[in-house]
Design a protein around this ligand. Structure first.
Ligand SMILES: NC(=O)c1ccc[n+]([C@@H]2O[C@H](COP(=O)([O-])OP(=O)(O)OC[C@H]3O[C@@H](n4cnc5c(N)ncnc54)[C@H](O)[C@@H]3O)[C@@H](O)[C@H]2O)c1
Length: 420
């Protein structure tokens, strides 16, 4: 199994490391081992982060959440009110140990969570922050659970690739919220496809036809531009990456899992219905892309955020000489909800009680696939893997307080937008 797939059996890990001159027996806890209690911190407790707290704590024993951070006080309070509800979540109450001195807000909330006495950090802020957070977490030698996508630009994706390799050297577990990779039915089906269950692969398809995702329906006059954009991040390319990067990544990640890196992509897209307002930022509302893989196999990808009443579809299809598969139909469904399963696998990997997991490199490559397709749609150019790996495009600001450019950015115009 190639390195970028993110899973190594413990034996495979020892074998792989032996040739490098040092022996890694298993990815061990930074502090404690075996059944030691794993202390986790989380940053970004909005919609997903709130659920991630519940899933991480309810799926695992001997874990605690000892530091919690968010940029905004009201989001932190809302999240705490949700999770600190003994009637609704009785089993997790004793695992939430973060006292008032370990609840952080502001732009340095991430740094403060990271500096707390934790073994594992859950990264749940908007995507633009991920490269900086991921790199810093590896440098601090923390195990990581990082929400997808892992970047919004090629420079950021490469930063995560490098940090993920470093994490592997350091035996740090890296889970990523590309939950299909944790679902037994996907794991077994993809393994069987790669073992030839469908014969020779001829073509692949990926879909994410879904509805609009604004976080706020209007810009309150008293709210600063920066705050509005951060709170409404899915609509801004420089914070959320565009829909193909932020949502369609789930499907493109499966295609990457099956077929590896593409050699090139061409894509088309635009805004069919989104008005040019603060609410809808500069993202496209649809992108269709055609990836070509070494050897000539093609994947057709189709993503859009259309209004209510339009057709919805979410999934993948791989077609071979002996049949086709939706990538999860050759094995029974797993017993746990996928987003609980991913946290169970994460903790088992940290404890050395399951396969070592480092999904960082694999999902950074999938993220790069989505970015190359977005850039192909924006520019109208064919983009090769070599071009995107050399691209200097970077949205991550040196200081997170200066996130997006001012004003409502104009959506890209193909033929005029310069890929760089
Ligand atoms: N795996 C999945 O199926 C899935 C589903 C939904 C979202 N996600 C991912 O989860 C991430 C978060 O999405 P969401 O829907 O929860 O967004 P959200 O806007 O609801 O929550 C993001 C939170 O991060 C906080 N935040 C923003 N900037 C911050 C900073 N610099 N420091 C600290 N906190 C900061 C915000 O205040 C907010 O509370 C995204 O990467 C998204 O793609 C994954």
């Amino acid at each position: 199994m190639p390195e970028s797939e993110g899973f190594l059996s413990r034996r495979g890990f020892v074998r792989g490391a032996a040739g490098t001159g040092f022996v890694i027996v298993r990815p061990e806890l930074v502090r404690g081992a075996g059944n030691a209690r794993i202390r986790a911190g989380i940053v970004g407790v909005g919609l997903r982060g709130t659920q991630a707290m519940i899933e991480f704590l309810s799926g695992n024993d001997d874990v605690e959440l000892s530091a919690i951070g968010d940029l905004y006080q009201n989001n932190l309070e809302k999240a705490l009110n949700t999770v600190r509800n003994p009637a609704r979540y009785p089993a997790i109450q004793s695992k939430i140990t973060a006292g008032p001195e370990h609840l952080f807000t502001g732009f340095d909330a991430f740094d403060k969570v990271l500096a707390s006495d934790i073994d594992l950090i859950l990264l749940e802020t908007p995507p633009v922050n991920r490269p900086r957070e991921f790199e810093a977490a590896v440098a601090a030698r923390k195990h990581i659970f990082a929400e997808k996508p892992l970047a919004v630009d090629p420079v950021g994706a490469r930063r995560v690739m490098a940090a993920a390799r470093k994490a592997e050297e350091l035996k740090l577990t890296v889970g990523v919220g590309a939950q299909r990779r944790s679902q037994p039915e996907y794991q077994e089906t993809v393994a069987r496809i790669k073992d030839g269950a469908l014969g020779e692969i001829l073509a692949a398809y990926a879909y994410n036809l879904s509805g609009p995702l604004p976080r706020l329906n209007a810009k309150p006059p008293e709210m600063s531009e920066l705050e509005f954009k951060i709170r409404n991040w899915p609509q801004y390319v420089s914070i959320g990456g565009d829909q193909i990067v932020e949502q369609h990544i789930h499907n493109i990640d499966v295609i990457h899992w099956v077929l590896g890196r593409p050699s090139k992509v061409v894509a088309s897209g635009s805004r069919a219905w989104m008005p040019s307002t603060w609410v809808y930022g500069d993202k496209y509302d649809h992108i269709s892309a055609e990836f070509t893989f070494p050897g000539g196999v093609i994947c057709s990808s189709h993503s859009r955020h259309y209004q209510k009443g339009c057709a919805m579809r979410n999934g993948e299809l791989v077609v071979g000489t002996r049949g086709s598969s939706n990538c999860h139909d050759l094995a029974p469904r797993g017993p746990l909800p996928p987003k609980v399963q991913e946290h169970v696998n994460l903790v088992k990997s940290i404890r050395g009680q399951g396969p070592y997991i480092n999904l960082g490199l694999a999902v950074a490559e999938s993220t790069m696939m989505t970015i190359m397709a977005r850039e192909a749609a924006f520019s109208g150019q064919e983009i090769t893997w070599e071009m995107i790996m050399a691209s200097k495009l970077e949205f991550v600001p040196p200081d997170p307080r200066h996130l997006p450019p001012p004003g409502i950015p104009a959506p890209a115009v193909p033929g005029q937008y310069q890929f760089r």
